[in-house]
Structure formats: structure tokens, C-alpha cells
Design a protein around this ligand. Structure first.
Ligand code: UGA
Length: 470
């Protein structure tokens, strides 16, 4: 099928590349000429596993890049809108980019088209998109608007797209639903997975995936409700971790105990310094705003957001509780991205914490495997960026772990201990086993677990009393 994807950001690029891998002819449309020429030259603007391979495989053949939106619409049977929906000051999603794309599409509807919302949008957006396309002159019988939310995680977006838990299609007519069924047929029939060059199947993937057809409003709500539920799981376990700290329990053991209940499940129950990224914080605010507008005060979401913010303040109090004063201290920081496996620092709790520590007068040596270039754009010059984790730890008063990169979990602990000025590790992501850390001579502080103290610590590295638990 010929498909236009409007917007070549995270969602658009991944969607376009994956559709091409399913055998479709894709035009990726963007109004940023510089971006388009970089993409045509083979650059891959985001850090995303398998994306470079897919773009290289299909660039110039099944994927074309274009600045001509109307031309792309005329040439396509389906048009996916994947432009940004940034938050406004009040937390609502700013839908002006979606609206302007809808306006432009209108003038190019010359045969039956399915216009698909792929960006995360509030309920009722598809109705507005339909209204805008009609108001600008398109014949109502010549197009349908569908909602096909994505559930991609940054870092694993390509695998998530090609091996989804489910595909959600919100459509108001059989004709429209049928177009989307055809687009996803290589996945739902299992044909894609039999291809020798298919992207490798992730461990947990159930194939072939189910395609769920709903109304457009339900599909729009499914996306917001899914992200809100996942964020709620994280805030819930973070709140439980705080109780664990107060009573001296171990949140890891609690997670194992509750996560094995199949109704709850073990995933998204990792406590830490709170969720970040370009999706959860924005989508929770947008969901809260749209619910309010529709007459429901979704206060549970306020609490999820509050707990998430509090988690960072607790971590900061923990750092103060361990190090006493902060002015002039040199801290090694591992991780700046909002999570492991990505170079994205948007709403990164790690960045917010580093900014706070800088305000308190700390000197920071930071290392992140992918996000340092982006971090340099937002952090001041009091941050030194290092070549690896060991250099960040070298001579530091303490080491802070702020992002859950797998490579941090595999560091040589004996080497780290030798490099640090004091063998203190404050881990915001629970990457290490406290007993192992104590055995390696660290004073180790994590989230929701009793602190571990080495027996052979020099007296100066010991702190009187316990970690601050309030
Ligand atoms: C999230 C959702 O997981 C995707 O399903 C959704 O499609 C996407 O948002 C979106 O709306 O586009 P993403 O933002 O890439 O994906 O990141 P996640 O892997 O969900 O992590 C979000 C944040 O939660 C990170 O800061 C991570 O460190 C944190 N997190 C995650 C925890 O603190 N604990 C956990 O157990 C899991």
C-alpha cells in the first residue's frame, strides 16, 4: 500500500521505516528541509536500535522523503499524522500542528483516503480532524479519520512496532478499518515473522499480534489510559518504596511478592527517581486536562504526578543525608538520559537532579553512554563530561546512579571503589545488590531498600544515624 507519514520525529520515522519493512511504499513528509536532506544523505537523527538498518535497507526504494505534503497525500491511500503535540502552559496538548496538517490534507483528497492519527492526542481529536478536513472543502464521503495509537518505547521502538502486544485501530466505518487491517496484515497474519531478514523477535513477544478494532474515541482513550496506568504503577511502587524505607523493609522483595500475582504482573514496578521522558509527564497532564474539560476531575492522576515529583526531592534529601553539606563536593554522576538505552533527556529526572545539585554548589563529573551531547545543551559549564563511568567516579566524594543503563550494572566494582575518594554509592535506580556492594567495601544507598554499609569503611566515610527517610 502507498502510505504517507507526516512528521519525521521519533514516531514518524519509526512508523515509516517499519511500514517499509512490512512491504509498503512510504513517503515521509516533513516541513524541515534540513532534516529531510540529512535523512536523504543517510543520517539517522535519533538513537534507536534497528532504525539505521531499516532506513538503510529501504531509503530511496520503499522510503522516500518529501517536503510536499499535498503531493504525498494524492499519491497515498493512507496518511498517518505523526507530528508533535507538545504541552501548553496549562498542560493541554497543543494540537495546532495536527490542525494545520489536517487543513493541508483537505486540499489533496482526490480519491478515498484514510487519515490516521498516530500522534498521542486527546479524545475527540479525530472528530476535529474530520471537521477541519471537511471545512476546508473535502467531500465527506471521500475520506475517513482513524485513530491508531502507538505504544512504542524509546530505545526499543522498532521491536515494539513490529512485535506489538496489540494493534489498536479506532475506526468509524468498516471500509476504514479494512484499510488498516490490510496495512498491518503482514504482522497479524504472521507473514512478516517468516521473512529471513525480519528484525529479531524479542523474548516476550507473542506472535502474531492481535488487532483490536474500537471506536475512534475509545482508541484515543486507550493511549492516554495506558500511559497513565503505567505511570501509576511506577508512582505506586515508588510510594511503597518510601514506606519500605520508613520501616526497614526491602522493596525488591515486596515487588517480587506482588509482581508474581498474575493480575498485577512484575513489569513497571521498578522504583527509582521517578519517570521522565517526552511521553508520561506530558500525557498525564493532557489526560488530566481533557478529563476535566469533559467533566471528570481525575484526581488520581494529580497524585501520580505528585509522587513522581516527590521522588526526586527524596533522592536529593538522601544525598544530603549521606554527604551532609553539598557546596564544593565533587560528585560522579552515572546517567543523564531519562532512561537507559536512549539519548533522550526530555523531562529526564537525572538532568533535573544534576541541575539541583549544581544549584547547591556541587561539582559534577558525568558520564552517559548516549546522552552527553544533548545534556551539554542544557547543563552549565560546571559539569565535566567523562569518557567512561570510571573516569566520572575518579576522585569523587560519592557516585550517583541516575539512569538504568545496563552497562552501569556490569561495572567492575573493585575498580570503582579504588577510584572514588570515598566509597559511597547513592543509587537512584537500584542497579546493584546491596550485599554485593557491602562486600566490595561500599556504603551503598538505594531506593526502598535498607542501606548497606561495608565493614571495612574508613571512619570518615561513615555517617552518623540513618538515611533520611521522611
Ligand atoms: C512510554 C510507554 O512505555 C510507551 O508504551 C508509549 O508508547 C510511550 O511512552 C509514548 O507514549 O510514546 P517511553 O517514554 O519510551 O515509553 O519510556 P518507558 O520505557 O515507558 O519509561 C518511562 C519512564 O519511566 C523512564 O523515565 C523510566 O526510567 C521510568 N520507569 C519505567 C521507572 O521508573 N520504573 C519502571 O518500572 C519503568
Amino acid at each position: 500500500m502507498r502510505i504517507a507519514v507526516v512528521g519525521s520525529g521519533y514516531v514518524g520515522l519509526v512508523t515509516g521505516a517499519c511500514f517499509a519493512d512490512l512491504g509498503h511504499e512510504v513517503v515521509l513528509v516533513d516541513n524541515d528541509e534540513q532534516k529531510l536532506s540529512a535523512l536523504r544523505d543517510g543520517e539517522v537523527p535519533i538513537h534507536e536500535r534497528f532504525l539505521p538498518e531499516l532506513l538503510a535497507r529501504h531509503r530511496g526504494q520503499r522510503i522516500k522523503f518529501s517536503g510536499d505534503l499535498q503531493g504525498a497525500v494524492r499519491d497515498s491511500a493512507a496518511v498517518f499524522i505523526a507530528v508533535g503535540t507538545p504541552p501548553t502552559e496549562t498542560g493541554d496538548a497543543d494540537l495546532s500542528y495536527v490542525e494545520s496538517v489536517a487543513r493541508e490534507i483537505s486540499g489533496a483528497v482526490d480519491s478515498y483516503k484514510v487519515v490516521v492519527e498516530k500522534s498521542t492526542v486527546p479524545v475527540y481529536t479525530s472528530q476535529w480532524v474530520r471537521t477541519v478536513i471537511m471545512r476546508n472543502g473535502a467531500d465527506p464521503a471521500s475520506f475517513d479519520v482513524a485513530s491508531n495509537p502507538e505504544f512504542l518505547r524509546e530505545g526499543t521502538a522498532v521491536s515494539d512496532f513490529l512485535f506489538p502486544d496489540r494493534i489498536v485501530v479506532g475506526a468509524e466505518s468498516d471500509r476504514c478499518a479494512q484499510v488498516l487491517r490490510e496495512i498491518y496484515a503482514p504482522l497479524t497474519s504472521g507473514a512478516y515473522y517468516a521473512q529471513p531478514d525480519a528484525i529479531p523477535r524479542p523474548d516476550r513477544a507473542q506472535i502474531p499480534p492481535r488487532l483490536i478494532v474500537t471506536s475512534t474515541k475509545s482508541a484515543e482513550l486507550i493511549k492516554h489510559a495506558s500511559n497513565a496506568f503505567l505511570a501509576m504503577k511506577i508512582s505506586f511502587i515508588n510510594a511503597v518504596a518510601s514506606v519500605c524505607e520508613s520501616v526497614g523493609a526491602d522493596v525488591q522483595q515486596v515487588c517480587e511478592g506482588i509482581g508474581t500475582d498474575s493480575r498485577i504482573g512484575p513489569r513497571f514496578l521498578n522504583p527509582g527517581i521517578g519517570y521522565g521522558g517526552s511521553c508520561f509527564p506530558k500525557d498525564l497532564m493532557a489526560f488530566r486536562a481533557v478529563a476535566k474539560e469533559c467533566g471528570y476531575d481525575f484526581r488520581l492522576l494529580d497524585e501520580v504526578i505528585r509522587i513522581n515529583e516527590e521522588q526526586r526531592h527524596r533522592f536529593l534529601r538522601k544525598v544530603r543525608g549521606v554527604l551532609w553539606t553539598l557546596r564544593g563536593k565533587r560528585l560522579g554522576v552515572l546517567g543523564l538520559a531519562f532512561k537507559g538505552g536512549t539519548d533522550d533527556i526530555r523531562e529526564s529526572p537525572a538532568i533535573l537532579l544534576v541541575q539541583e545539585l549544581l544549584r547547591e554548589g556541587c561539582r559534577i563529573s558525568a558520564y552517559d553512554p548516549a546522552a552527553m551531547e544533548r545534556a551539554k545543551e542544557v547543563l552549565n559549564s560546571n559539569v565535566e563530561y567523562t569518557l567512561d563511568a570510571y573516569e566520572a567516579a575518579s576522585g569523587a566524594d560519592a557516585l550517583l546512579v541516575l539512569t538504568e543503563w545496563e552497562e552501569f550494572a556490569a561495572l567492575d566494582l573493585a575498580r570503582l571503589r579504588k577510584l572514588l575518594k570515598y566509597p559511597i554509592v547513592i543509587d537512584g535506580r537500584n542497579l546493584y545488590d546491596p550485599a554485593v556492594m557491602a562486600a566490595h567495601g561500599f556504603s551503598y544507598h538505594s531506593v526502598g531498600r535498607p542501606e548497606a554499609q561495608a565493614n571495612d569503611l574508613p571512619a570518615g566515610a561513615r555517617r552518623p544515624g540513618k538515611t533520611e527517610h521522611s
